[in-house]
Design a binder for this molecule. Structure first.
Ligand SMILES: Cc1cc2nc3c(=O)[nH]c(=O)nc-3n(C[C@H](O)[C@H](O)[C@H](O)COP(=O)(O)OP(=O)(O)OC[C@H]3O[C@@H](n4cnc5c(N)ncnc54)[C@H](O)[C@@H]3O)c2cc1C
Length: 369
């Protein structure tokens, strides 16, 4: 039996474990620091109160039992490549094959004050904490740092939360560059901008936000808010143990991989952990790629353990949709521009389709519509 260790029970790690479930020559251990697999695309919907936390998290122990792998809750601190050993906070794990599927986490760019005082949105628990803090403390203002798709989703969800709980606060998106959605086509930025104005969300461009003290936020345009919350949505990067494994690429510092998603002999990276270049461009961080890469890697490991050659990864890009909390979304699907309610409905349907188990799929659909 060969020991296969998967680090991360998100979309990529679980797809890999599932693909290995029929392999009789592999003993699969999946490590995750949390006891649940969180459905990240609906985190803004949780803080906006549309989706319940339980719908968005699936217990990993139950999944492991169903699919025949061992789940251990442990946080990985480092990987010893020459010793083929994973160092968890609680234990050591020997491996013959290793899959890095640890996703990304909020990037505070080394600023400890921001890391201490700002809220982040990396998990269902983080979404619950933001929602609870807003309901319990009467902030005048919530500043969202970052005008990318996450920042915009968060800001619109906050407006929904304010409306449903009759709370009264300003919502400001602080974006460091000259326009929101800097990495996406201009028409999407216009569409989002109009919708944000309609939802009474303000935008401060060429502007950085930083926390001054508890509940005090400063903008680089000189504005200071004395009763404010700061939500940091200004970038993500891979966890530090991932960055130590091999050469990284992109601003998120994802691991460089070969055509079969290998970082080095016997070590693979999938999903947000991997920098996959296709057609001269890096793939976006998205559920569809994480699932496809995890699945192929599971199959490739099974093939290699049975003496068969591995298959190269050929990504298929179905496109993307970016939702906002008032049932407006925008994006490109199969090369077609989509916006408005139809785009939003399609996004909800995709979220339900990707959820784990029939009950959770129905719950996701019911709550999102
Ligand atoms: C707010 C938000 C909205 C998004 N919306 C969309 C969308 O609409 N459509 C889309 O396609 N994509 C969306 N994404 C991106 C998508 O969620 C990711 O691309 C996808 O989750 C990547 O899957 P993954 O398996 O690589 O990582 P993840 O799903 O992030 O899983 C990583 C796992 O690794 C675990 N882990 C991390 N560090 C350690 C450690 N040291 N030790 C042990 N375990 C560890 C984590 O607990 C986690 O369970 C969104 C992301 C966010 C944050």
């Amino acid at each position: 039996m060969k020991r296969v260790v998967i680090i991360g029970g998100g979309f990529g790690g679980l797809a890999c474990a599932r693909a290995l479930s029929g392999c009789r020559t592999a003993e699969v251990t999946l490590l995750d620091k949390k006891e649940t697999s969180d459905f990240l695309p609906v985190l803004p919907d949780i803080l906006g109160g549309r989706v319940s936390p339980d719908t968005a998290r699936a217990p990993l122990a139950a999944r492991a039992k169903r699919e025949g792998f061992r789940f251990v809750q442990d946080e990985v601190a480092r990987v010893d490549i020459s010793g083929r050993l994973v160092h968890g906070r609680d234990n050591l794990y020997e491996y013959d094959r290793l899959i890095i599927a640890a996703g990304t986490q909020t990037n505070f760019y080394g600023d400890e004050t921001t890391a201490r005082l700002a809220f982040k949105l990396d998990s269902v628990r983080d979404a619950e904490q933001i929602g609870a803090a807003i309901r319990e403390t009467s902030f005048d203002t919530v500043v969202v740092a970052g005008g990318g798709y996450t920042g915009i989703e968060v800001a619109t969800s906050l407006r929904r939360l304010a409306q449903t709980h009759q709370l009264n606060f300003r919502i400001i998106i602080a974006e460091a560059s000259r326009r929101i959605l800097n990495a996406l086509p201009e028409w999407m930025a216009h569409y989002a901008e109009n919708n944000l104005a309609h939802m009474n969300v303000e935008i401060a461009l060429n502007c950085r936000a930083s926390p001054v003290a508890d509940n005090q936020v400063e903008l680089s345009n000189g504005q200071i808010f004395q009763s404010a919350m700061l939500i940091w949505a200004a970038g993500v990067r891979t966890p530090s143990f991932v960055r130590e494994i091999g050469p990284t690429a992109e601003k998120q510092e994802r691991l460089a991989v070969d055509g079969c998603l290998q970082v080095a002999d016997g070590i693979y990276a999938v999903g947000d952990s991997a920098a996959v270049v296709a057609g001269g461009q890096s793939l976006r961080m998205a559920v569809q790629f994480a699932v496809a890469e995890g699945h192929l890697t599971g199959e490739n490991i099974a093939r290699s353990l049975n003496g068969k050659p591995m298959r190269a990864y050929r990504p298929r890009d179905m496109g993307y949709l970016v939702p906002m909390a008032n049932h407006r979304a925008y994006g490109l699907v199969l090369g077609q521009k989509l916006r408005g309610l139809p785009a939003s409905l399609l996004h909800h349907a995709m979220c339900a389709a990707k959820s784990v188990g029939l009950r959770r799929k129905f719950r996701m659909l019911k709550e999102m519509f």
